[in-house]
Unconditional design. Structure first.
Lengths: 402, 144
């Protein structure tokens, strides 16, 4: 990878230890992936959840912070593994919470924006089209590339913080025009889509597209940004997916031909029974859940409002907890609008700045989790210690709310 | 005993050998491997119950969370990481995890891509094959 004289000096340590460490990571990764050069980024989004980063992640963050590191561009952060404002009330073991708090302190010292959300683009960072960014959190990367039209690779933990420190990232993958063209088409089945259909379809795209950028044709044009958020999250959980051309929605992809850059591409027809198969695969049990987890990614304030309406006059059955995960900002707005009170009246609990897919659910005492998040279901199936059920929001409400 | 050599693409340099573990799926280290033991948890990986420690891990491609690299880094730090990783399509999580392990702990492992996943289908589940990975010569030798 070509380095200019400024990059070379940073690599030699002339810009201090933190910048040198960050440059070492960028150079190693850039060389590995065959990047031509380093390019500036407008923003970074990093991961700092203890469940994902472990003790080696604490060591990396603390080393950057102790050696005087500061984020070189506006930097946001994914959900923490605990509700920072009330982890005790969620039954998180204190030793685990202390590890997360150390990570938060190191992140804060580096000068990051304390948003603790997987949807920075819905609450605190609004990039323009064509900006280059380095975001961790696969669902936000899919949203950035597909809907906002900016350019990001999946900034893996380690690459994310190094990019954030220097405001630079290796130029490869989704940053290159030729890599952003659709190479495979997935055709959605006709008809209306439930919340679960969007997620299951995303999951299938992630699995069947492999390493190729996919175009999604035939899916409802009235898809909301929240629907797409969940579709992208599901896709990125099942594959290396970083971009989906949602035909008719993604800018520049008004037709399949345009998404594919005029080339003829392989087509995969998705049927209703394919969607049912995803449900069967992610449904690991028939047991009664002890937790209903809604989030992963964070629900927006409008999703919280819709949920509050669905919950009106209902009550979560005894022995089952309902946790609803959102950002600090949406929590605050939901609180002001009485939405939080409505969710609590139904026996639910709103949790901010954390999410179920990065929470220590087993250690919090849960054994069977019911969700409509394919991302959460996928995470729990891989983990294997907590059983998972995957159902649409309507089915969940019908079954576990009296 | 037969021995076959496969030409690959080097992502992270290094030499290693170990028993071959094959997954015919996309794979993420996030949740699927316990870094404190090296044991594979994901029941769908075709490697469930196997230990990655010191073995050469073959899978088709990466998937999922951007924490895949940090789960790998933690496993390597604790001495429970694989000896090498070989995939069909380059897995950025493996690249970043292995690179950072080299920078922080002097424990980089070789990562290669470009192997034809057909060989994973021929190798039935856990085999007793031994893989020898040479990340300078860009080749993987499978014996067994």
């Amino acid at each position: 990878m070509h380095l200019n004289s400024v990059h070379e000096k940073l690599l030699q340590g002339e810009g201090g230890d933190a910048n040198q460490l960050a440059m070492q990571i960028l150079v190693e990764v850039g060389d590995a992936v065959g990047a031509e050069s380093l390019v500036p980024i407008k923003s970074a989004h990093v991961q700092a959840d203890y469940i994902g980063l472990h003790d080696s992640g604490i060591a990396l963050f603390e080393r950057f912070a102790a050696s005087g590191g500061k984020f070189g561009v506006p930097t946001t952060v994914n959900p923490a593994s605990i509700d920072l404002d009330g982890w005790e009330s969620f039954g998180v073991p204190a030793e685990f919470a202390r590890k997360q708090i150390r990570l938060c302190e190191a992140y804060n010292r580096l000068g990051g924006i304390r948003c603790w959300t997987c949807v920075p683009y819905q609450v605190c960072n609004f990039p323009k089209a064509d900006e280059t960014v380095a975001w961790a959190e696969p669902s936000s990367v899919v949203f950035a590339n597909s809907i906002i039209g900016c350019r990001s690779n999946k900034a893996m933990a380690g690459l994310d913080i190094a990019s954030a420190i220097l405001g630079l990232t290796p130029k490869f993958g989704m940053l290159l025009d030729e890599e952003r063209v659709a190479r495979i088409a997935c055709v959605a089945p006709p008809g209306r889509f439930s919340d679960l259909d969007y997620r299951s379809l995303g999951y299938l795209i992630g699995r069947s597209a492999g390493s190729k950028v996919a175009a999604l044709d035939g899916a409802p044009k009235d898809v909301t940004s929240d629907d797409f958020k969940h579709l992208g999250a599901a896709a990125a959980s099942a594959g290396p997916t970083a971009m989906i051309h949602y035909v008719g929605v993604t800018t520049g992809s008004s037709s399949l031909e345009k998404a594919a850059g005029g080339e003829k591409i392989e087509t995969v027809e998705v049927s209703r029974s394919d969607l049912d198969n995803v449900e069967d695969e992610l449904n690991q049990t028939e047991e009664t859940p002890d937790l209903i987890a809604l989030g992963a990614p964070h629900l927006s304030v409008s999703e919280l409002g819709s949920l509050a309406k669905l919950l009106e006059g209902r009550k979560v059955k005894r022995g089952i907890k309902l946790y609803v995960y959102t950002s600090h900002q949406a929590y605050e707005m939901a609180d002001r609008a009485g939405i939080r009170a409505d969710i609590e009246a139904a026996g639910g609990k709103l949790s901010q700045g954390t999410d179920a897919d990065v929470s220590p659910l087993k250690a919090m005492g849960f054994n069977v989790v019911l969700t409509n998040s394919a991302l959460l279901a996928e995470t729990l199936v891989a983990d294997g210690r907590v059983k998972v059920r995957y159902s649409s929001l309507n089915d969940i409400i019908g079954e576990v709310l009296a | 005993m037969s021995s076959k050599t496969y030409k690959c693409h080097v992502l992270v340099k290094g030499k290693a050998s170990g028993e071959a573990l094959f997954s015919r799926q996309a794979f993420s280290f996030d949740r699927a491997v316990d870094p404190r033991t090296g044991v594979v948890a994901d029941s769908r990986s075709g490697m469930a119950g196997a230990n990655i420690r010191g073995n050469v891990l073959f899978y088709t491609r990466g998937k999922g969370s951007t924490a895949g690299s940090s789960w790998l880094l933690e496993a390597i730090r604790l001495g429970n990481g694989p000896a090498a990783i070989v995939t069909e399509h380059a897995d950025l999580a493996a690249v970043v995890g292995a690179s950072v392990a080299g920078i922080l702990y002097g424990k980089a492992i070789p990562v290669l891509s470009g192997i034809d996943a057909q060989i994973f289908w021929k190798a039935r589940g856990k085999t007793k094959s031994v893989a020898s990975v040479d990340g300078s010569a860009a080749r993987v030798v499978l014996t067994g």
